[in-house]
Write a new protein. Structure first.
Length: 241
């Protein structure tokens, strides 16, 4: 599997924030009702879903995290390596930092062995950030694809229009922000917004937007977003089945 290496320093940044993610995982675990069994969900993201940009833990996390925790035992991970992936059969990657080529090879193997992945790949993220452009801790403005999508027979194109638009996801009408367009001859593509792929024994769903998770706080997405998080959970549940 030939994959291009990401921009320099990504691995160092990912390692640097892994300790913070581990702290967040402990805090998240304390909020769960462990008496109620829930499926495991690994979460790999650069978005401020677990904590704010200052890495201070939010009260109960974002609304997206709360919606996920109502259904899953959320397990934040810092990298898509085999050790972290082995903790769960279900993975949500929401605008992740670029992964080293060796991690992408391990991710591909994990999927082919039966893993289920929901990937939110946004080619034009508009999620507001206090961090300046170029800050390596700022969520990438465009999904950092270093060859993974093309390896799975997909192409992610830039948005056809900017601003909030309605899209279909998880059987719901949601509001996305400047979503991209997915093209594939190997996966089933729905409206250019969602691609569903069978890869080996596993399955992958790719959504061409990540901003639809931003339904709370300053700079939240404009429009009727009441079904956005329901659609997120519905897509994960579909991958479970």
């Amino acid at each position: 599997m030939a994959l291009r290496r990401p921009w320099p320093g990504v691995l160092a940044i990912a390692i640097a924030i892994m300790a913070l993610i581990a702290i967040a995982a402990v805090a998240v675990g304390r909020q769960r009702n462990e008496a109620e069994p829930r499926p495991k969900l690994a979460l790999l993201t650069s978005l401020p879903l677990l904590f704010g940009e200052d890495f201070g833990l939010q009260n109960g996390g974002s609304k997206a995290l709360q919606a996920l925790e109502a259904r899953y035992r959320v397990m934040p991970i810092g990298s898509a390596n085999s050790g972290e992936l082995s903790q769960s059969r279900l993975l949500l990657m929401a605008q992740p930092l670029a992964q080293p080529a060796e991690n992408l090879v391990e991710l591909d193997r994990w999927v082919r062995a039966g893993g289920r992945l929901l990937l939110l790949a946004d080619p034009m993220l508009v999620w507001p950030s206090k961090r300046p452009l170029g800050d390596k801790l700022r969520p990438p403005l465009a999904f950092s694809d270093t060859g993974l999508l093309s390896h799975w027979g997909l192409r992610l194109d830039a948005p056809e229009q900017s601003g909030p638009v309605e899209r279909k996801l998880g059987g719901q009408t949601i509001v996305a922000a400047s979503p991209g367009t997915l093209v594939s001859s190997q996966c089933r593509v729905e409206g250019g917004f969602v691609a569903r792929c069978s890869i080996g024994k596993g399955r992958v769903t790719i959504v061409a937007d990540a901003d639809f998770l931003n339904v709370d706080g300053p700079g939240g997405i404009d429009g009727p977003t009441g079904h956005n998080l329901d659609a997120l959970v519905a897509e994960l549940e579909a991958l479970e089945s």
